[in-house]
Design a protein around this ligand. Structure first.
Ligand code: MSP
Length: 499
């Protein structure tokens, strides 16, 4: 069965920054994991191109809006390659097929009586493209960007969110793991319990840059336009609207409400299934400030980081440095230290030292040694490894890539201790040949498994290690490998240079 992983679609009003790349890398890790266990998975990303925020950005640059969004969409679609990400679908909200879909969905909602014409007055933040109640504002400023909100009073179509509040509450109580990490779901339930949800304004009269409401001068609210791009993309990849049930959405905590209240309410209104899961991540900051377009000193070009650390290095540092639930500060110095310690020194160096011994003393080949069954140290390490590898699988299933790296690190440390304690390099100094062969055999088998296990996070490093064992990552399925494979090396290389 095909499953789907999505990133949020990115606003086409500026250049990509590291925060965007983080959403993309996380989605790619989950996507790669599913494929690694033999499940077809479609990776979806794209750009959010309508709305006042984008129109104002084009105007500020004195640009024709069409060529402006084309350029920004290209910046995002060209971005991913530098981070080893190959999306299967890149959807743009200005795509003709998407606009037709939005109009069709709109008409279905109007026919069902969920959308009606009314008027709305409230405080609107253009940067967030949403209304805020007085209670949510800090001194008339929006809680996310700190920008002054504008008072908007206009005719608008409204969607009665309150009609779906009870169904949503029941759904969340029945599915406590729908949103991960869990505390995001708990805070959402609290929000839903507070009381009635306000009607949601779902169209704008004073913004012509958007999908036209059929038969009216209004344009469709950009968040509705954006959220349904997930369905446009699923259908474009050959799936159906029902496949939303097989879809995992990756998103930042700033856009949780849209994905956890508004999106499911619309799906319920259309009698469509709800997504499989929302994976929510916190923010990266630079010197304590959230990386954001409105904060120019935080918007370093993300390629500077991948050039410095390599794509694998950045992917690993992003994953290893903090769990999804916590904000973290980007520090290139810390990232370099981490990547050198874990990838270069602990892992790649171990692979090289061990494989060099196998090449030199065993002609690159080690058949399964019955004798290791009688070697308690080898047996014990195999047993721990199986347990840890199993924990790593569980951590992927729980959408906790941080935990994956913690376990991998623990296993690599154990293998390093084993290697150092058994000193196989003393082979010419009286050590039993069999002791060395067993040591190298065990280490080779475990590092190969680690390479597979960590491949969703560090695909290039893993592919390099596996190719030395004569295997290709693309053809490798986690199910098919065990810890007692014969070893036949094709070559011995360095796999990760210190940064
Ligand atoms: N267009 C909407 C999403 C629509 S999805 C139907 C949007 N776009 S965005 O470009 O502002 O943000 C896209 C993603 O980048 C979000 O997941 C957001 O959380 C993430 N990040 C933006 N800044 C970030 C950090 N500083 N740190 C981590 N991720 C952050 O919202």
């Amino acid at each position: 069965m095909t499953t789907y992983t999505t990133t949020p679609i990115f606003y086409a009003n500026g250049e990509p920054h590291l925060g965007h790349v983080y959403s993309g890398i996380l989605a790619d890790i989950f996507h790669r994991y599913r494929r690694l266990i033999g499940q077809p998975n479609v990776l979806i990303t794209g750009t959010d191109e309508h709305g006042k925020k984008i129109a104002l950005a084009a105007e500020a640059h004195q640009r024709d809006i069409h060529s402006f969004v084309d350029e920004k969409a290209k910046a995002f679609s060209d971005l991913w390659e530098s981070f080893s990400i190959t999306p299967d679908v890149f959807v743009r909200t200005t795509d003709v097929e998407h606009k037709a879909k939005i109009r069709e969905i709109w008409s279905r909602l109007v026919n069902k009586g969920d959308i009606f014409l009314g008027s709305y007055s409230g405080e609107y933040c253009v940067a967030c493209e949403q209304f805020y109640s007085e209670r949510e504002l800090n001194n008339k400023r929006c809680p996310v960007h700190g920008k002054e909100v504008e008072t908007v009073e206009e005719a608008t179509y409204l969607f009665r969110l309150e009609n779906y509040r009870q169904s949503l509450l029941t759904f969340y109580r029945d599915n406590p793991d729908f949103i991960t990490p869990r505390h995001f779901q708990e805070s959402l339930i609290e929000q839903l319990e507070i009381g009635e949800l306000e009607d949601l304004s779902v169209s704008r009269v004073n913004n012509s840059w958007g999908v036209n409401v059929p038969g009216d001068v209004h344009t469709v609210y950009v968040w509705i336009d954006a959220l349904f791009s997930y369905i446009t993309a699923i259908e474009r990849s050959g799936g159906s609207q029902q496949d939303i049930a097989e879809t995992v959405h990756v998103l930042g905590k700033d856009i949780l409400k849209f994905h956890a209240i508004i999106w499911p309410a619309f799906l319920l209104a259309l009698d469509l299934p709800l997504p499989k899961k929302l994976v929510v991540h916190s923010w990266w900051t630079i010197e304590g400030k959230k990386i954001s377009k409105s904060n120019p000193e935080t918007t370093v070009n993300p390629r500077v980081f991948s050039d410095k650390l390599t794509s694998d290095g950045l992917r690993y540092a992003f994953t290893r440095q903090k769990p999804l639930s916590r904000d973290g500060n980007v520090s290139i110095v810390d990232f370099i230290e981490l990547v050198n310690a874990d990838l270069a020194n602990s892992f790649a160096n171990l692979v090289k030292r061990n494989n060099t011994l196998i090449q030199k003393h065993f002609n690159g080949e080690l058949p399964k040694w019955e004798s290791i069954l009688n070697d308690d140290q080898c047996k014990a390490l195999f047993e721990t490894s199986l347990e840890v590898l199993n924990d790593i699988r569980q951590a992927y299933e729980a959408f906790s890539p941080y935990e994956v790296t913690v376990r991998c690190k623990q296993l690599v440390d154990d293998v390093n201790s084993f290697f150092h304690c058994r000193q196989p390099w003393l082979i010419n100094k009286g050590l039993e040949h069999q002791h060395v062969a067993a040591t190298c055999f065990v280490v080779a088998n475990i590092v190969r498994q680690v390479a597979i296990a960590v491949s969703p996070i560090t695909p290039e490093l893993s592919a390099s290690v596996l190719s030395e064992f004569g295997e290709k990552l693309d053809d490798t399925c986690w199910e098919t490998l065990s810890l007692d494979e014969n070893i036949r090396l094709t070559s011995v290389n360095s796999h990760f240079k210190r940064v």
